[in-house]
Design a protein around this ligand. Structure first.
Ligand code: B4P
Length: 191
């Protein structure tokens, strides 16, 4: 199995690139952001609980996100592999993911971290905010909060995978197809 953690700050292009990668490598795409937004749209209690955190640019609790991902992984019995997009976002989530995959005998193959400077992230997200309807993309101060939460709570996940020799940094600035090629080159070298 090919199991990829697609990593990076908010707006780095994780969702954009995941769509292209899953088609090429026939993987199951698990995006915690998309799953949480679907829960919110369906007004489930999980979605309503998550909304207050997401709208402020804060992380939803590890307990909620880990439980949610465990059931999604269990529901994909016959997958060729997974693209984890936006998960793990804390070291506790990374540990929990390792435990879940250990039980299945299929570890993470590689963590690909899209590197994009803050100015470019803010420009991209404000642009998306014009038509996405996402509360967390509308306001510069919420975007800045998401970036600071990333630096404080999420960036340490790099060390977790670096210690396992699975971390690779990918330049996330440039055209979408150009970045896709960089990701494919890195994946083809490890698969
Ligand atoms: P996510 O949905 O994961 O939000 P994101 O990081 O903003 O999206 P992404 O990074 O995929 O967007 P993309 O770059 O593709 O999470 C939202 C919220 O959910 C979090 O703040 C948190 O509250 C909660 N959450 C999610 N996962 C969680 C977890 N594990 N634990 C706790 N809480 C969690 O796209 C951004 C824009 O850039 C797009 O408009 C795109 O068109 C554009 N773009 C992409 N590539 C480009 C390029 N090369 N050049 C120019 N523009 C580009």
């Amino acid at each position: 199995m090919l199991n990829i953690v697609l990593f990076g700050p908010p707006g780095a292009g994780k969702g954009t690139q995941a769509e292209k990668l899953l088609e090429k490598y026939q993987l199951v795409h698990l995006s915690t952001g998309d799953i949480l937004r679907a829960e919110l749209k369906n007004e489930t209690s999980l979605g309503l609980q998550a909304k207050q955190f997401m709208d402020r640019g804060e992380l939803v609790s590890d307990e909620v996100v880990i439980g949610m991902m465990e059931s999604k992984i269990d529901a994909s019995q016959h997958a060729n592999g997974f693209i984890f997009d936006g998960f793990p976002r804390t070291t506790a989530q990374a540990r929990a993911l390792d435990d879940m995959l250990y039980k299945k005998g299929t570890p993470i193959t590689v963590m690909l971290a899209l590197a994009v400077d803050d100015e470019e992230l803010i420009t991209r997200l404000l642009l998306r905010g014009k038509d996405s309807g996402r509360a967390d993309d509308q306001d510069k101060s919420i975007i800045e909060n998401r970036i600071s939460v990333y630096n404080k709570d999420t960036a340490p996940v790099i060390d977790f995978y670096d210690n396992q020799n699975k971390y690779q940094s990918i330049d996330g600035v440039g055209g979408i197809d150009e970045i896709f090629e960089r990701l494919c080159t890195a994946i083809d070298a490890v698969k």
